[in-house]
Design a protein around this ligand. Structure first.
Ligand SMILES: [Zn+2]
Ligand SMILES: [Zn+2]
Length: 335
């Protein structure tokens, strides 16, 4: 099988021929139909994840068909279409027992310590996978955990949107942002989408946010004049927009931090946060529950996967698009 391998941190990715692996007792072998390109993959190449062991097949946004399985896998059959968590949870630690397997302390990530989905085939642990109940757009399946399930986790488990609440999404044309706008609309919010350019604003129009704010600087004044302060920010960018997002919150408003584009520390105005009793929380990945919820929303057609499709073997080009901030929506790769 052909796979995309990171042989050394910081080096170009290589397409190599590998043997198709045999599933262990609790594993399935999945033929990859689609994989998404996450900013995390770019950061992995650039050396921001110290646990990475090279050589490694990158990729953790996984959609495919089961082609082989181990003897202890009973509820999944060959031919089943599956979505997957981007990691294997241990199932036993305090976090796994509390339904917070996304922060399991023994969690192993695909494309970090386990070979990932930039490949024709991948071995998945049975604890990672969810079988599809019916056909669904493969692009949507690929991002059902890392993007859609993650934003659902932000909204349902922390953000608590009621219909009519005001939600601000930064980086709204990006792979996370364009889907976060749709999800916030799905949950009944009035959505404020922030982006840097006219071109990107036109791209965002297709998901019908209530307001589009074009700004590469402080957008908080405009947001506040339109909203009076928002209930929730889905911060899909990170440090470059963080302080303006904080200023856009209303009293008691909350912020979910998902993006970290430049991996720089953000400065936090403590007085502002104290005065208004704002809540800021980090969000990583999805849980099994929110992955399943993402698939349900997909079956209903409540949210669509938006982005461009490329060949997996053009992955370097895809990574460059993300590095340069040129990708609109998700980049989906086909082996
Ligand atoms: Zn991802
Ligand atoms: Zn665990």
């Amino acid at each position: 099988m052909k796979s995309v391998v990171l042989r050394e941190i910081g080096k170009p990715l290589e397409v190599v021929d590998k043997d198709v692996p045999k599933p262990g007792p609790n594993e399935v072998l999945v033929k990859i139909i689609r994989t998404g390109v996450c900013f995390r993959d770019v950061l992995t190449v650039d050396g921001f994840f110290p646990r990475v062991k090279t050589p490694l097949v990158l990729g953790h946004e996984i959609a495919g068909v089961v082609v082989d399985k181990g003897d202890k896998v009973i509820d999944i059959e060959i031919g089943d279409k599956v979505a997957s968590l981007p990691y294997v949870p241990c199932g036993e630690c305090e976090y796994c027992r509390a339904g917070r397997e996304n922060i399991c302390r023994n969690r192993r990530w695909y494309g970090e310590v386990l070979d990932g989905s930039y490949s024709e085939f991948i071995l998945l642990d049975k604890r990672s996978i969810v079988k599809l109940e019916r056909d669904l757009d493969w692009n949507y399946v690929a991002i059902s955990s890392c993007v859609i399930g993650m934003v659902i986790h932000a909204i349902e488990d922390f953000g608590g949107i009621e219909p009519g609440d005001k939600v601000l999404v930064t980086g709204a044309s990006g792979g996370v942002g364009i889907h976060a706008v749709q999800l916030a609309k799905y949950y009944g919010a009035e959505v404020f989408a922030v982006t840097r350019s006219e071109d990107k604003a036109r791209f965002i129009e297709r998901v019908k946010p209530d307001h589009i704010i074009i700004s590469s600087g402080d957008f908080s004044r405009e947001v506040k004049s339109l909203s009076g302060g928002v209930d929730l920010v889905i911060e899909a960018v990170g440090e470059p927009t963080f302080q303006y997002s904080l200023k856009s919150l209303k009293w008691g408003g909350r912020m979910a931090i998902i993006g970290n584009v430049n991996v720089k520390p953000a400065s936090l105005q403590l007085g502002l946060m104290i005065l208004r009793e704002n809540l800021i929380h980090g969000v990583i990945s999805s849980t099994l529950r929110t992955l399943k919820k993402a698939l349900e929303i997909g079956y209903e057609g409540g949210v669509k996967a938006i982005g461009i499709e490329m060949s997996l073997w053009d992955v370097e080009k895809a990574h460059d698009m993300l590095r340069e901030g040129k990708a609109t929506g998700r980049v989906f790769l086909k082996p």
